[in-house]
Design a binder for this molecule. Structure first.
Ligand code: FAQ
Length: 310
């Protein structure tokens, strides 16, 4: 890598140009993108598990069809993202191996259990809400395939967000048991949703390089502030109590949260706390049970190629 190549690359970023798969890019830009996009893909796929667990127990046919569509969307998001990472030279096999071996990260949020039906609504409202804030920003990122995947994913997640909010607002105005269920779900998902947007900027080793290269257009704390400012008034309006005694609005209108338990965050990321083992076990089982599909596809491709050669 020469200084001239770096200068030309930085100039492209500064002009707001998209970097495309065949273009020259610094090895570190490629490495950072593969890291982020593959983690993101794994998150979408593992993210099917907490909600998928409730498909058979949905309270009505309407809610069940919505949930099936949502979980299926997450699988599709995983597909776009694995493809985006493949454009950078990562293979599907090495990414999946890294996930199943417990070497790859996926979002901390999916190591929390979904204990009641209200969790499905709360995941839609808060987790998709946080994901949309982060991904609307990433839709403007400098790497073309990732930014375009984000545009489509965000529009689908806007539907996920709305169905979750509609569900929770309905329960928050329902029977005392429903109100309690919605509040309990908020109590358990509020802090993990704040953590999901990553460590504070001062403790975020990757943010500097990512911002410099136009991969992240905002820092973790900036995105978290946007998420809080949008969601706090809506949750309060729904009649729910946010489980943070220190939460207050400052003079500029920002909602300021109390201290986040980062020890819990890191324990969950490292699999020392939460459902990491169960999540990876479920993925391992799905991978093994899908072996016949992969074999059938390979046999089909081999036969097609054989016919083409005839
Ligand atoms: N969980 O230096 P930073 C979704 C790691 S999709 C686990 O700040 P960065 C859709 C980080 O990897 C949700 N690990 O990192 C859905 C790094 O470790 P490394 C996923 C985390 O990359 C909804 C270390 O900490 N979205 O929810 C987490 O600059 C509903 C230091 O951190 C994406 O992946 C975490 N939460 O910023 C599906 C979006 N946070 O790799 C189903 C793309 C940080 O150096 C149902 N990713 N770490 O070993 C990003 O925007 C960024 O990667 C951040 C982290 C913002 C997540």
């Amino acid at each position: 890598e020469t200084a001239e190549q770096h200068a030309a690359f930085n100039a492209r970023i500064a002009r707001g140009e998209k970097i495309e798969p065949g273009d020259w890019m610094p090895a570190e830009y490629r490495r950072q993108l593969i890291r982020m996009i593959s983690q993101h893909a794994h998150s979408e796929v593992v993210g099917m598990l907490p909600e998928g667990a409730w498909i058979t127990r949905a309270p009505s046919l309407k809610r069940k069809t919505i949930l099936i569509a949502k979980v299926q969307d997450e699988a599709g998001h995983g597909q776009y993202l694995y493809h985006a990472a493949e454009t950078l030279g990562a293979t599907r096999e090495e990414m999946l191996d890294a996930l199943l071996a417990g070497k790859a990260k996926y979002s901390s949020i999916f190591n929390y259990p979904s204990l009641t039906w209200a969790d499905v609504g709360m995941i839609g409202w808060l987790v998709d809400g946080a994901a949309i804030k982060n991904q609307t920003m990433l839709a403007g990122c400098s790497y073309g395939p990732y930014s375009r995947a984000m545009v489509r994913i965000c529009s689908e997640e806007t539907f996920h967000h709305k169905q979750g909010k509609e569900m929770i607002v309905t329960y928050a105005q329902g029977t005392p048991e429903q109100r309690q269920m919605a509040q309990d779900a908020l109590n358990r998902w509020w802090w993990p949703s704040l953590m999901m947007l990553g460590p504070h900027d001062a403790d975020s080793p990757n943010t500097g390089a990512l911002v410099q290269w136009g991969i992240k257009l905002k820092t973790n704390d900036e995105v978290r502030q946007e998420f809080i400012n949008e969601h706090v008034p809506e949750l309060l309006e729904a009649g729910l109590t946010i489980p943070d005694p220190d939460l207050h609005q400052d003079e500029s209108g920002n909602w300021i949260h109390g201290p986040i338990n980062w020890d819990e965050f890191w324990a969950v990321v490292k699999g020392q706390q939460g459902l990491n083992r169960e999540r990876l076990g479920a993925r391992q089982q799905a991978h093994e049970e899908g072996a016949w599909v992969r074999e059938a596809m390979q046999a089909y491709t081999a036969r097609q190629m054989g016919q083409a050669a005839d």
